[in-house]
Design a binder for this molecule. Structure first.
Ligand SMILES: [Zn+2]
Ligand SMILES: [Zn+2]
Ligand SMILES: [Zn+2]
Ligand SMILES: [Zn+2]
Length: 208
């Protein structure tokens, strides 16, 4: 997976530089929506290269002054992981949207249906990819392939922001207090299916 490769590279870069302060670890996670109906789960977080504690982007030292005290350096810019450093719109790429056109209506803006032409629910009639607005550039880096430190800082989730609305926090699917219930209420297979809930973003759901 490209996204994972990008992360590995960033981590490796963080580890490789000793001597001066180590480079802060910047992780770009989540998924670019493929359509206008999908949720944007992208986020950036930064971590201390020494102890792994979440830090604010640009922090000069690890906030853990009791145990870590690491000095942290930051690069001027970071490879955009949301387009894999290509600068191209991820949604266009994944959905094979031709020329930045809306995939759902094939650039028509409407969907012919029993002789009528209701507006396309994805592009809302704009005819183009709602993510890049038809430019075919990655909407996150604007086609630059990298994201400047200032932008990373601005967009990164602050450590204090915690997990609320944590777009991509991998919570195990809400555990119900099953202990309280009679055990035979669920068959084993059903239980398994429930545990296997997809953790990652789901593909676009068609509007009903
Ligand atoms: Zn640290
Ligand atoms: Zn696009
Ligand atoms: Zn459309
Ligand atoms: Zn990008």
């Amino acid at each position: 997976m490209r996204l994972r490769d990008a992360l590995a590279l960033l981590v490796a870069a963080g580890l490789a530089s000793c001597g001066r302060g180590q480079d802060g670890v910047v992780k770009m996670r989540g998924f670019t929506p493929n359509t206008g109906l999908q949720k944007d789960t992208r986020e950036i977080r930064a971590y201390c290269p020494n102890c792994g504690m979440q830090v604010e982007v640009g922090a000069e030292r690890c906030p853990d002054q009791r145990h870590c005290k690491a000095r942290i350096d930051w690069d001027e810019k970071y490879r955009c992981a949301f387009c894999g450093g290509t600068g191209k719109c991820r949604a266009c790429y994944l959905m094979e949207k031709e020329g930045g056109q809306c995939f759902n209506c094939k650039g028509k803006g409407f969907l012919p249906f029993r002789g009528r032409t209701p507006q396309c629910p994805d592009c809302k009639g704009s005819k183009v990819c709602t993510v890049c607005k038809g430019s075919q550039n990655c909407d996150y880096c604007g086609g630059e392939k990298t994201v400047a430190l200032a932008t990373v800082r601005e967009r990164a989730r602050k450590p204090s922001e915690g997990k609320e609305e944590g777009v991509e926090e991998k919570k195990p699917a809400e555990k119900k207090p099953e202990e309280a219930k009679p055990a035979e209420e669920k068959k084993p297979e059903e239980k398994k299916a429930e545990e296997k809930k997809p953790e990652e973003a789901k593909p676009a759901e068609e509007k009903k």
